[in-house]
Ligand binder design. Structure first.
Ligand code: SF4
Ligand code: SF4
Length: 538
């Protein structure tokens, strides 16, 4: 007897599952570097995409295929029987009983005889359609579902680049400092919004600094390695021109134009570096010296640094000791500083949605009367570069500042002033409290930057790079360039990593075991490659 068969459900579902698995485990991950823009990734992914298409076609063909076989009186059996399912008896051998009885159907008048063919055609067409839909869903769904971090990226492809930004509001004009807070045991009353000078390096910067002083800013934060000593020099000139040295609270760092002093720097070397700061700042003393960007307790408690500070204080050249920190080890460093009782001030990275334990650390510092200065308050400062955030971009810093200043343990925040309008935009938030609209704005910002912002407190990826690249540090330098608009600072700092052989030059050709180590699903390799291209001096 001749019988028609189609592919069994077992076979069709097996093929469908294989297609989905291949898409999820092989094609999806290979498309990741394509979206990240890695050179040659598209060509490498093509053979895998071709195999996926072949599998999908196989699913469709399996749905459409009809074959005829001769079966004996025992029906369909044998090793391959699970592959097929009988459709309907058809085309019995001529001369058989089945042939004679079936002849009635096939020898009926024209019109009736076509019914089985039409039904068969419709069944086949339906199977092809359903198989096509299932194969497409398995391929596309299997590829995209495990790579959900693409979704926001895909949404931005082709989106217009913002050209307009919210304009400053008239009421911001001429804003002044409205609140001064006590800086812990220093007993100084400092402006709640204070001047960071990482981008002050020329006469434009001096004009901004002088205007900030006139608007009531009395705390300046600088360092020798900000703009290769230019920040200290320009601030020194600005303070001289306003004649306000005694009203200012001046903070600088233990370092040189080339960065941190080596861990084994002698007391004399450290003191010489501070003398250089005093000369550039045109002053006999600084109010505060920080141990700069401190990322471990050994550097925090280095005996030569503490001896140098004690001597400088005895000589009247430095009044208070502090440290700054914004690395994943911040809580550990801060707790050690509090326990040592050596520090008068701590400058910490602080913005909404940061270390869960940082609030507790700040409260402990406050209880011990240690002044707390908040920095990195703009959470990556990406507001002006965000598609869909144009209407909030200029109000965003005020929302961020109000949130920070709501914490009574914060003495003041430091933000980088570099343009004339910063005095209006930033100082308008002085003395204000958080409003409901601020929270909505901060949450919207969070949603927009989530797939791109490297959290300073995180560091979860650091053990994943076999070459020991400081991923978070490199991405921070890139943030200085791309988001803070401070290419000079980013490139200066990156040049030190290049000299130490710790830059991101090898990322483009690396198989990137770091991918997948970021709990926030940042495309690390793509960000490292882009950072290297932007930060490397040409
Ligand atoms: S891509 Fe770069 S950061 Fe990632 S593992 Fe390779 S070298 Fe390290
Ligand atoms: S790249 Fe991701 S895992 Fe690495 S420090 Fe940044 S946020 Fe954390």
């Amino acid at each position: 007897m001749r019988q028609t068969f189609r592919a069994s459900w077992t076979l069709r579902l097996t093929l469908l599952g294989a297609t989905a698995l291949f898409a999820a485990l092989v094609v999806g991950p290979s498309l990741n570097p394509v979206f990240e823009g890695v050179n040659g990734a598209g060509a490498a992914a093509l053979p895998k995409i071709a195999v996926l298409i072949a599998l999908a076609l196989l699913v469709i063909v399996a749905g459409a295929l009809r074959v005829q076989r001769t079966v004996d009186g025992l029906g369909d059996h044998g090793l391959t029987a699970w592959l097929r399912t009988p459709v309907a008896p058809l085309a019995p051998k001529p001369g058989t009983v089945e042939s004679r009885s079936g002849a009635a159907a096939t020898s009926s008048p024209a019109g009736q005889a076509t019914q089985p063919d039409r039904r068969s055609f419709l069944q086949t067409a339906g199977a092809v359609g359903a198989s096509t839909v299932a194969a497409t869903a398995a391929g596309v769904g299997g590829t995209i579902a495990p790579q959900s971090q693409w979704v926001p990226v895909l949404g931005e492809i082709g989106a217009p680049v913002p050209t307009l930004s919210e304009t400053a509001r008239p009421e911001w004009k001429g804003a002044r400092v409205k609140n001064y807070r006590r800086l812990g045991r220093t007993d100084a009353m400092v402006s709640d919004i204070s001047l960071g000078s990482g981008r002050i390096r020329d006469q434009d910067g001096k004009r901004v600094a002088i205007e900030a002083i006139r608007r009531g800013v009395n705390y300046f934060d600088t360092a020798p390695d900000y703009s290769h000593e230019s920040s200290e020099r320009i601030l020194g000139e600005a303070i001289q021109e306003t004649g306000n040295r005694e009203e200012m609270f001046l903070a600088t760092k233990f370092c040189t134009a080339d960065g941190h002093l080596p861990a084994n720097a002698s007391v004399a070397e450290i003191m010489t570096a501070v003398e250089g700061s005093l000369q550039r700042l045109q002053t006999d003393y600084v109010d505060l010296i920080h141990i700069h960007a401190c990322d471990n307790v050994d550097r925090l408690m280095a005996p030569t640094t503490h001896e140098a500070f004690d001597r400088l204080r005895e000589q009247g050249k430095a009044r208070f000791l502090g440290f700054s920190s914004h690395t994943p080890s911040l809580p550990q460093v801060a707790r050690a500083a509090i326990a040592s009782d050596r520090f008068d001030v701590m400058m910490l990275a602080y913005h909404w949605g940061l270390w869960p334990e940082i609030g507790e650390v700040m409260d402990q510092a406050h209880d011990r009367d240690i002044g707390v200065v908040a920095m990195k308050t703009l959470k990556g400062a990406k507001a002006t570069n965000l598609v869909g955030f144009e209407n909030e971009s200029k109000s965003f810093p005020q929302s961020a500042f109000r949130w920070v200043l709501d914490n009574p343990s914060v003495s003041c925040l430091v933000v980088s002033f570099s343009e004339d309008q910063h005095c209006d935009e930033y100082l308008y938030a002085s003395g204000q409290s958080t409003r409901p609209s601020d929270i909505a704005r901060l949450e919207k910002y969070d949603r927009l930057v989530s797939a791109d912002y490297c959290r300073p407190h995180c560091g979860d990826c650091l053990g994943s790079c076999p070459e020991g690249r400081p991923i978070d540090t490199i991405l921070r330098y890139d943030m200085y360039l791309a988001d803070y608009g401070d290419a000079v600072r980013g490139r200066e700092k990156y040049a030190r990593l290049v000299a130490a052989g710790l830059d991101a030059s090898s990322c483009a050709s690396c198989p990137a075991p770091c991918l997948g180590s970021c709990p926030h699903e940042l495309p690390i390799r793509a960000k490292m490659v882009r950072a290297h291209e932007r930060l490397i001096e040409v």
